[in-house]
Structure formats: structure tokens, C-alpha cells
Design a protein around this ligand. Structure first.
Ligand SMILES: [Zn+2]
Length: 301
């Protein structure tokens, strides 16, 4: 099952209060496939959504709707009777000629109803991507005036969705994980909400681990490189003039470096018989390399 389908299943199982049932039902009808005096219908792949749509029709008209399963596995709910359609449009206080021209906010009686309306809209025309793959939640709205009104509604939630056009459809969408979480929360989905938080925590941890690994890899690489350079210098000294020709205080360090090629420069510190600082150690190593460089120059001329 897809993530979007799971979210819809959760949302269809929410028990709405009387006021919210009207708001949610209104949105289901409004954002369904068709909503006019000539046709009221929805086509959905989700049985729970189809059944909720039937409930909304029954609530607003006192009569049942026609529910059919299509060969492609979709559910189609249609209000076949014209009187029943007109009754629904009247009951919701909408313009008979164009019931989608405006959102009648008097159908959202209480504050709780805004979330229920959003839920109905999402069930009818929304989808959300699995948060482990991408952050994306959208509503595809076929009527542009309806879309404009719908956008204004998000002000109620302090949410700022983005808008794009896909073929003949206006798409209202979110890409930001916090806004998607908020939207899911307003719709009443606690499970999907938690999944988003969980996915984000996992993503954060993964990023942190990656950053740490990259950092450690880079450090290890640097240590290997400098160990090799140091050993080259020391081997050159040993094979030309002998390590004895190094100043006394550098000889032990040179020997330790030859014997411990896998250690970083700093890791040689505790192996020294005398105690010196880290920067003192690096300074001595520099002097060994300088000694070798000077020696090379002399042997070349
Ligand atoms: Zn309510």
C-alpha cells in the first residue's frame, strides 16, 4: 500500500462531530470529480473515501448515492437524480449555476471545521509522498476560482502553500516538511504526522553520520599522506647520511616514524621518551623534512 493510501485510510477513520461532518462532506463534494447541478460525482481508488462520500451525500440530501466499482479497481460515486443534486447545492447555500465559484464559509461553523474541511479536500484531491523518499503534499484542484479561494483558506492555519499549473489543473502544494506536518496535523492525522517526524529524525541522524564519516575519512587520508611524506624524507636521510647525522633530539622521532607508519603524527607523541607538546612534535617533524630537503638539494648539485 502506498503511503498516501495509508494516510487516507487513517483520515477516513476519524470520527467527525456533527459540524465537522458537514465541513468534511462539503469539501469531499466540492473537490471531487464533478460538482454542479448537472453532475455530482467522485472517482477514487480508495474505498473508504468512496464510502465517506456516500455518507456526505446522505447527510446533505437524506438519500443515498450510486456507488459503483469500475473495472480498473476504482470506485465511482454519482448523485444521479437532479432534484437530489439541487437539494445538496441548496443545503450548502451555494450558487446553483456555479457551486464551485466560491467556498461558503458558513458551512464551516466552528474552528474545528477548518481542519475537517481540509481533510475532506485532501481525501478528494490530495496526495502525499512517503517522507523517507521526498517531502511533498499536494491538492490538485480543477477549478481555478475554487483554487484561489482554497489558497486563502490556508491563511487560517498560517500556512503558505505554493501554486503551480499541471495541464488544466491548479496544484496547491507543500515542499517543506514542517508545513506538511502542520497540514497533516490540522487534518487530524497523528500517525502520518509521527511518521514524518520519525523520517526526519532518521534523515538527520543519517546526515550527521555521513558528515562525521566524511570528516574522519578525510582526516585519515591526510594522516596517511603525511606519514608517507615523512617516511620518504627519513628513509632518504637514513640511506644517504644516516639517521645519526640528524640533530640528537630528532633522531628518536625519525626512528619512531619509520617503525610506526600507520600512526598519525600526533599518535607518536606518547611513544617519545621525553615529554613535549603537540606543536613541539609537529615542529620537530617539520625540521626532519627540512633536513631531508636540504640534503636532497645538496646531493643534486
Ligand atoms: Zn467542527
Amino acid at each position: 500500500m502506498s503511503f498516501a493510501k495509508d494516510v487516507k485510510t487513517e483520515l477516513t477513520q476519524i470520527q467527525s462531530s456533527d459540524c465537522c461532518a458537514v465541513a468534511c462532506g462539503y469539501a469531499l463534494l466540492l473537490f471531487g470529480r464533478a460538482f454542479s447541478a448537472n453532475e455530482i460525482s467522485i472517482l477514487t481508488e480508495h474505498g473508504g473515501v468512496a464510502s465517506l462520500y456516500c455518507d456526505a451525500v446522505a447527510l446533505l440530501s437524506g438519500r443515498v448515492a450510486d456507488l459503483q466499482e469500475t473495472p480498473g479497481g476504482y470506485y465511482q460515486v454519482t448523485v444521479r437524480d437532479e432534484d437530489q443534486r439541487l437539494q445538496i447545492i441548496n443545503k450548502l447555500g451555494l450558487d446553483l449555476r456555479n457551486p464551485r465559484s466560491a467556498i461558503n464559509l458558513s458551512n464551516l461553523q466552528n474552528e474545528c471545521c477548518f481542519g475537517a474541511f481540509l481533510r475532506g479536500a485532501f481525501l478528494a484531491c490530495g496526495t502525499v509522498t512517503d517522507p523517507t523518499k521526498d517531502y511533498h503534499l499536494e491538492f490538485s484542484v480543477s477549478s481555478k476560482p475554487l483554487c484561489d479561494q482554497f489558497l486563502k483558506l490556508f491563511d487560517e492555519f498560517d500556512l503558505r502553500p505554493r501554486l503551480t499549473q499541471r495541464n488544466m489543473t491548479s496544484v496547491v502544494y507543500f515542499k517543506n516538511s514542517e508545513e506538511i506536518e502542520d497540514t497533516l496535523g490540522h487534518m487530524g492525522s497523528s500517525e502520518a504526522f509521527m511518521e514524518f517526524i520519525g523520517a526526519k529524525v532518521i534523515k538527520d541522524i543519517r546526515n550527521q553520520v555521513n558528515r562525521k564519516c566524511n570528516f574522519e575519512n578525510a582526516n585519515a587520508k591526510r594522516a596517511v599522506q603525511s606519514s608517507a611524506t615523512q617516511r620518504d624524507a627519513i628513509v632518504f636521510i637514513r640511506d644517504t647520511v644516516g639517521l645519526d647525522s640528524l640533530p640528537q633530539e630528532l633522531q628518536e622521532l625519525a626512528q619512531l616514524r619509520l617503525e610506526n607508519p600507520e600512526l598519525s603524527t600526533t599518535a607518536l607523541l606518547p611513544l617519545l621518551s621525553e615529554s613535549i607538546t603537540k606543536s613541539g612534535l609537529h615542529h620537530r617533524m617539520k625540521r626532519i623534512e627540512q633536513f631531508a630537503n636540504a640534503l636532497k638539494k645538496r646531493t643534486e648539485t
